[in-house]
Design a protein around this ligand. Structure first.
Ligand code: T6T
Length: 322
């Protein structure tokens, strides 16, 4: 009897090992928005989770500039391999990426949009853009409100401010601008005197901010809404000799901005959680494909606000982009 049981157990072991060897390894594709520290950090988080869960992660070439014209050809080549089980990507336009991603989805590849979304981002109601499994990314409107409040506090609730943005058809940065506008409404003595769009080019952001500061000498605060617009805005304020006099609120915790904060040349930085976003895409993708889990239509990681008071705290260091 004992021998029979041992024999059965051995048989089961052999069978399950064989099944494990045959089990297909999931293959996910990640298509970033642009080559910048935010998406590099997202890739790190996704890779770590993929390794942990035994997923093969194929990462598309990082587009050298922002926009569908750069992103779409790389994305199409990525899925043309024909062996991708799931794609997660940051659409570089709320509208232009709808047909592109719909076609990929209809070819049998489930999609998660990460960091940015299609349309108004509400995938729970039927529409021509509700096909992604989920949007995983920051609540940009809320972040914009938080930045407005923090900047207003630094300025005692009064004065003129300027906003440097990137592209008007990108959900993340427009959410930040809308949140900022809404947040400022609470402060009747604060006025948003200008908004410019640099198309995610740092030099353009620097030139636009310099022109705004030149045109209106009463500007006392500037908000740069992402890596390149923030770094360009910061560059312009310093070049104009206004560091310290003009308060600078920025978004995205790059090493450049963290160093500027430490030097007192930038006043606050909102750090998103890109590694967490990448990791969540892989984790939810696996749950969906292996257990049939239905994803929440929105998964919103938090954010962290750096100021001169916490920038050296040991716990804060994890929020700096890698
Ligand atoms: O701010 C991030 C990202 O959230 C946004 O969608 C585009 O710009 C960044 O990648 C920073 O450059």
């Amino acid at each position: 009897m004992k021998r029979v049981i041992i024999g059965l157990l051995c048989g089961c072991l052999v069978l399950s090992l064989a099944a494990g060897a045959n089990a297909k390894k999931l293959r996910f594709a990640f298509m970033p928005g642009v080559a910048d520290p935010f998406y590099f950090t997202m890739e790190k988080g996704a890779k770590a989770k993929a390794e942990e869960l035994g997923v093969e992660l194929i990462v598309g070439e990082f587009p050298k500039a922002w926009g569908p014209e750069y992103q779409v050809p790389i994305m199409k080549a990525l899925v043309a391999r024909g062996d991708i089980d799931l794609l997660f990507t940051a659409p570089t336009s709320t509208e232009a990426l709808i047909p592109v991603l719909k076609e990929i989805h209809d070819s049998g590849i489930p999609i998660i949009t990460v960091d940015t979304y299609l349309g108004d981002g509400d995938y729970s109601k039927p529409s021509n853009y509700s096909f992604p499994l989920s949007y995983i990314g920051t609540d940009n409107f809320l972040g914009g409100q938080v930045v407005a409040g923090a900047l207003a506090l630094l300025l005692d609730g009064k004065g003129k401010v300027f906003l440097e943005n990137t592209n008007p058809d990108v959900s993340s940065v427009i959410g930040r601008e809308n949140g900022f506008r809404a947040g400022l409404k609470i402060f009747p003595d604060m006025e948003l005197v200008g908004v410019e769009y640099c198309l995610d080019v740092q030099e353009t952001a620097a030139a636009q901010t310099a022109a705004a500061l030149e045109k209106d000498r009463d500007i006392v605060g500037v908000f740069g809404v992402n890596v390149f617009s923030a770094q360009g805005a910061y560059q312009a304020v310093v070049a104009a000799g206004l560091a310290g006099a003009v308060k600078i609120a920025t978004w995205d915790a790059t090493l450049t901005l963290i160093e500027a904060l430490k030097k007192g040349e930038v006043d606050l930085i909102l750090a998103q959680m890109p590694a967490e976003m990448g990791s969540l895409c892989v984790e939810w993708g696996v749950k969906h494909l292996t257990e049939g889990a239905e994803l929440p239509k929105k998964v919103i990681p938090g954010f962290f606000v750096f100021t001169k008071d916490n920038v050296n705290d040991p716990e804060a260091q994890q929020y700096i982009y890698k």
